[in-house]
Design a binder for this molecule. Sequence first.
Ligand SMILES: C[S@@+](CC[C@H](N)C(=O)[O-])C[C@H]1O[C@@H](n2cnc3c(N)ncnc32)[C@H](O)[C@@H]1O
Length: 273
Amino acid sequence: MIEIMDKEFEQIKDIMYRRTGVHLKPTKKPLVMTRLRGRLEELRMTRFLDYIVHLEKDKGPEFEFFINALTTNETYFFRHTKQFNFLYEKVFPELLEKKKTSREVRIWSAASSTGEEPYSIALTAKSFFKNHPGWKVNLIASDINTEVLEDAKNGIYSERSIKEVPAPLKQKYFSECDKNNNRMWQQYQLSKEILSMVHFTQHNLLGQFRERDFDIIFIRNVMIYFDNESKQKVVDNVSASLAAGGYFFISLSESLNDVRTSFSTVFSGVYQK
Ligand SMILES: C[S@@+](CC[C@H](N)C(=O)[O-])C[C@H]1O[C@@H](n2cnc3c(N)ncnc32)[C@H](O)[C@@H]1O
């Protein structure tokens, strides 16, 4: 069995940090070993050191595999439900007034993982704007991990993932998948009507996003993996993509206390530029 040496783990940590901003804690060593071991075997390598040399020379595909294997993608629908209530009750009504000329709302869910967050935004927007015909919701979602983006486009979710979806929305927009797929848990297919509201694209938060002027940006449960330097970079990039008066959502276990921003707090985990 291939084992990872402390020095090799340090080098992997360094590559991950340089490329994604994610700081792998020492406790992640066993996880790194199990997630990459199979790849080393496929490449007929017997030492992590050889894999590190291979990775450093790589121009893309191996790095993509590396990121996909090592990112943490835990998520579920309507995570921090109160923030979605705030979106419905405070942010959307305010935008009706602010954007009454263009009648277009621009939203970005960055670090969207397998899509539960952007689709929760889409479901909230659908419920709100059905009473306001003529409005367009432009919803973009991104992640650095290409595998989760593919899963997100398929829109198939487990019972566990949709447990916080309000019953009427679950009934209207989710259908049970065929039980013959040999899975232990029931899977649900999200309707095309909601799938088509979100456009997915790959983006690394350490760089500037090509799109600007968002009214709302969600970057939740990813900055917990960043140190202050990376977090500052991400927040500066977000700030550049957010319209004046725009809302920035982070998770309830994160804060912006240790970075410089031009935002003010308006709700739990919600800031305004
Ligand atoms: C724990 S999930 C959060 C999902 C969702 N935002 C939520 O709060 O439920 C963190 C996501 O951040 C992504 N990620 C990590 N580093 C990133 C980076 N530098 N740029 C973009 N996405 C990144 C991971 O691939 C992962 O899907």
